[in-house]
Design a protein around this ligand. Structure first.
Ligand SMILES: O=C(O)CCC(=O)C(=O)O
Ligand SMILES: [Fe+2]
Length: 264
């Protein structure tokens, strides 16, 4: 057996290779196998460095929003396609404490499509705008994203205990006025586990208290972006708190204009 062909590097890189690979041939021909291994490595380095160049961080005023001119937000691009942005320090410890305190007595087992969910083992509650902290957080999300909150859902607070998870799912389906985007605020760190992962693209976002992640679930042409499938990994040690704002399509016509292109 060709040792190169057996090596784990070779086995790991093989699926990334775009052309069909004649594995029989490489088993017989060690030189060809080494050449392919080198080529695969080069391709991987190219993809990684191209990606890394796109992953940047900066201060953002939400495209010149006057409310953010004097207090720009720290924006970090976590992934390029789909574009996933992390905003750091967008909610204070005090605001988090208040949101948790209002939510605690109201939490109940999370549901999906009307029933107690087996794929989503957390407790949750939707918070209405009556509370000033909730209203302030909603306004901040509007400032940062530049999107209208007109048709958004109420802020949903979710708590996961040990083993709590949310299995892979899409936030949006193919209905009218779908969830165009998700703004997910981390209201705790998690000691072990609890990452938000995008299995189709291989992204893992570690909860960091006070930060939030944002992505569009829909392409500009209205189709669901299939790469936005995501999950909340089981919490292994600690406790996970998040607040979710699901932003819908209606009201975004001029803020995120539609595209007629099949591709975007
Ligand atoms: O908890 C997470 O990390 C993900 C939560 C989520 O995807 C959701 O609530 O829709
Ligand atoms: Fe989700």
């Amino acid at each position: 057996m060709n040792p190169c062909h057996q090596s784990s590097a070779f086995q790991n890189l093989l699926p990334l290779y775009s052309d069909p690979v004649d594995t029989e041939k490489f088993t017989r021909d060690p030189v060809a196998a080494y050449k392919l291994l080198r080529q695969l490595r080069n391709e991987l380095i190219y993809i990684t460095s191209r990606r890394q160049r796109a992953l940047s961080c900066r201060y953002s005023t939400g495209g010149g929003n006057p409310r953010l001119m004097y207090a720009p937000v720290k924006e970090e691009v976590e992934w390029d396609e789909p574009r996933i942005i992390r905003y750091h320090d967008i909610i204070s410890d005090r605001e988090i404490e208040i949101l948790k305190n209002i939510s605690r007595p109201l939490l109940s087992r999370s549901v999906t499509k009307g029933g107690i969910s087996k794929i989503r083992t957390s407790q949750s509650v939707f918070l209405e705008e009556g509370n000033t902290v909730v209203a302030r957080v909603n306004q901040r999300i509007a400032n940062i994203t530049g999107l209208s909150m007109e048709s958004a859902e109420h802020l949903q607070v979710q708590n996961y205990g040990i083993g709590g998870r949310y299995e892979p799912h899409y936030d949006a389906e193919d209905n009218e006025n779908e969830r165009i985007a998700t703004f997910l605020i981390y209201m705790s760190d998690v000691e072990i586990g609890g990452a938000t992962v995008f299995p189709k693209v291989g992204v893992s976002l570690k909860p960091k208290m006070g930060s939030a992640v944002f992505w569009y679930n829909l392409h500009k042409n209205g189709n669901v972006d299939l790469n936005t499938e995501h999950a909340g990994c089981p919490v292994l040690r600690g406790n996970k708190w998040v607040a979710n704002k699901w932003i819908h399509e209606f009201g975004q016509e001029f803020r995120r204009p539609c595209s007629l292109s099949y591709w975007e």
